[in-house]
Design a protein around this ligand. Structure first.
Ligand code: SIN
Length: 484
C-alpha cells in the first residue's frame, strides 16, 4: 500500500546532524524526521569524546584551525574549517541552552594542542542525543517517523519512498526541501565502532538518484578499539581522552610503538604495521594502568570492560586494534550543505564538505553535525525569503511515467544476505584499509573491483539493500583508484 504525504521539510536520519537540522527548520515550518530504527539510534549516541571548541581564554581559533588542518594533512577545505572552528563556541552554548551539562574541564585528545573537548565524561554523545531527542519530542512542528527505511530518493520530483519496518507499508513523502543525514558506512568493515545499521543507505540512494558524491574511499580508522567482538553490538571504543590522560600504546614486550597523542591516522598506521610485522591481530595494547581513578573518569568504558570482559584498566593491559570509525567521504556539498541537486541537502557523516580533509581531527564530528545543520537552516531560510512564497500543501506533483518507482515486489528479498555482507566486509578490511604502498594499493583495488563485479553478475539474487551496498562499495573502489 502506498500513502502520499506532503511536507515542507523532510529530514532523513536522527543523529546529531538530523536532529539539530530538524530543530532549526521547525522554526520555519512543519518537519518530518524519519529514522531507520528508533529516534535514539545510530552512531551519535555512541560518541564518547565530545565537542571540540575554543572556550578557554588561553586557547585560540588559530590553534584549533591549525590542528584540524594538520590532522587532515592540509587537504581540508579551509573555508569550511574556519567556519567550523569559529562556530564551535556558539554550538556548545546552543547545546547548553537545550539542557546539556558538560563537565567543568575540557579534555585533551589526539591531534589537539590544547585540552578543548567539551565532554560529559565518556558518554558525551548519549547525553547530547538524549537532550536533543527531548527537545524534538516536545516540538509540535516535528513529526517523527521511526522504523522507517529509506528505499528511494526521487530527485526530480523531490520525494522519497520509504518503507515502515513495522507495517511494511510503503510511503511516498514529497517535500520542498529534503535533508539527508543518514550517517556513514563504517559497519561495512570487519572491525568497526559503528552500529550495524551504518551501511551508507542514504549515500547509495543519492548515487542512484544522480547526486554527486566525493572521496568515498576516505574512511578513518580509530586506533584504540578493543580487540574483542561483542554480540550484536559494535566493538568497544576506548576514547582518545584516555590517551589524553596519559595512556600509552605498547607492543607485547611493553615497548611504546608510537606517541599516542598523534592524530589518529598516524597511530592507526603504526598499529597496522605492527600487526603486519607480527602477523597477528593480537599484539598491541593500550596501557592505561597509570591513570588513577579510571572508573571515575571513564565510568561507561570501565563498566563494559569489567562486566563483559573481566578487564580492569588500572590493572590489565587492554588489547586493541584499529577499526573503521568515521567516513570523511560522502555526498558532495558546499558549506551550505547544498548537494548537486537543488533543494536536496546533506549533513553530518554522510556529507562531504571537505572540512576534515584526509583525516578528521578527534571530536570535530559532532561539531560538524551542529555547524552544518545551522548552515542548512540559514540557506533554506534565505531561499524562502527570496522566493517570497509560502509552502503550499496542495502543490501538484507531476508523476513521470518513465520513472522507476520503488518496486514493492522486492520486499521478499529485503533482508541483508549475510554471505554477501561477509564478502563485502572481508574485501574492504583486507584490501582497502590502511595500505600506503601505491603498487600494492592498486593491486588491492583491482582485486576488490573483480570481487564486486562478480557480485554484480549475481545481481538477480541480491535484495535491493544488497544492491545499494554494492553501488556504494563500487563507487568507493573507483574513488580509491582515482585517489592513488
Ligand atoms: C573518541 O572519543 O576517541 C572518539 C571521538 C571522535 O571520534 O571524534
Amino acid at each position: 500500500m502506498k500513502n502520499n504525504t506532503h511536507v515542507p521539510f523532510l529530514v532523513i536520519g536522527s543523529g546529531i546532524a538530523g536532529m539539530s537540522t530538524a530543530l532549526h527548520l521547525s522554526k520555519l515550518g512543519k518537519v518530518i524526521l524519519c529514522t531507520k530504527s528508533k529516534l535514539i539510534s545510530g552512531s551519535s549516541p555512541l560518541a564518547q569524546g565530545g565537542i571540540a571548541g575554543v572556550i578557554n581564554k588561553n586557547d585560540s581559533f588559530e590553534s584549533h584551525i591549525q590542528d584540524t588542518m594538520n590532522a587532515g594533512r592540509n587537504t581540508n577545505n579551509k573555508k569550511a574549517v574556519e567556519l567550523l572552528v569559529h562556530q564551535a563556541p556558539e554550538e556548545i552554548q546552543f547545546l547548553e541552552n537545550l539542557g546539556v551539562r558538560f563537565e567543568k574541564d575540557q579534555h585533551l585528545e589526539g591531534g589537539h594542542s590544547f585540552p578543548r573537548v567539551s565532554n560529559s565524561k565518556d558518554i558525551s554523545g548519549k547525553i547530547i542525543i538524549e537532550t536533543l531527542a527531548f527537545n524534538i519530542l516536545a516540538n509540535r512542528n516535528i513529526s517523527i517517523m521511526e522504523n522507517t527505511e529509506l528505499c528511494k530518493i526521487d530527485a526530480q520530483n523531490k520525494s522519497i519512498s520509504s518503507r515502515s519496518n513495522n507495517t511494511n507499508n510503503v510511503n511516498r513523502i514529497f517535500a520542498e526541501y529534503i535533508i539527508v543525514a543518514t550517517g556513514g558506512y563504517s559497519s561495512l568493515y570487519q572491525d568497526s565502532t559503528s552500529p550495524k545499521e551504518n551501511m551508507g543507505d542514504g549515500i547509495s540512494l543519492c548515487i542512484n538518484a544522480g547526486i554527486a558524491t566525493k572521496d568515498l574511499d576516505k574512511v578513518q580508522f580509530h586506533p584504540t578499539v578493543l580487540n574483542k567482538k561483542r554480540e550484536n553490538k559494535p566493538q568497544l571504543l576506548l576514547t582518545e581522552a584516555i590517551r589524553g590522560f596519559g595512556a600509552k600504546i605498547i607492543d607485547k614486550n611493553g615497548k611504546e610503538i608510537i606517541d599516542a597523542l598523534q592524530p589518529r591516522d598516524i597511530v592507526s598506521k603504526a598499529i597496522y604495521y605492527e600487526e603486519k610485522k607480527q602477523k597477528s591481530k593480537n599484539c598491541v595494547f593500550l596501557d592505561a594502568r597509570n591513570i588513577k581513578n579510571f572508573s571515575t573518569k571513564f565510568p561507561f568504558i570501565a563498566n563494559i570492560l569489567e562486566t563483559e570482559f573481566a578487564l580492569n584498566a588500572e590493572k590489565n593491559l587492554l588489547p586493541i586494534t584499529f577499526g573503521a570509525h568515521y567516513c570523511m567521504g560522502g555526498i558532495k556539498t558546499n558549506i551550505w550543505g547544498e548537494t548537486s541537486t537543488p533543494d536536496i541537502y546533506a549533513v553530518g557523516e554522510c556529507a562531504h564538505t571537505g572540512v576534515h580533509g584526509n583525516n578528521r581531527l578527534a571530536s570535530n564530528s559532532l561539531l560538524e553535525g551542529l555547524v552544518f545543520a545551522r548552515q542548512i537552516a540559514k540557506s533554506i531560510s534565505n531561499k524562502i525569503k527570496n522566493k517570497n512564497k509560502k509552502y503550499s500543501e496542495n502543490r501538484i506533483y507531476k508523476e513521470n511515467k518513465n520513472e522507476t518507482v520503488y518496486d514493492e515486489s522486492e520486499e521478499k528479498y529485503a533482508q541483508y544476505n549475510s554471505e554477501f555482507l561477509e564478502t563485502i566486509k572481508n574485501s574492504l578490511s583486507q584490501y582497502l584499509s590502511i595500505e600506503e604502498n601505491k603498487i600494492k594499493k592498486l593491486e588491492n583495488i583491482q582485486i576488490v573491483q573483480k570481487i564486486f563485479k562478480d557480485l554484480e553478475k549475481n545481481n538477480y539474487k541480491l535484495s535491493y539493500r544488497n544492491k545499494n551496498i554494492l553501488t556504494l562499495v563500487q563507487r568507493l573502489a573507483k574513488d580509491a583508484e582515482n585517489n592513488v
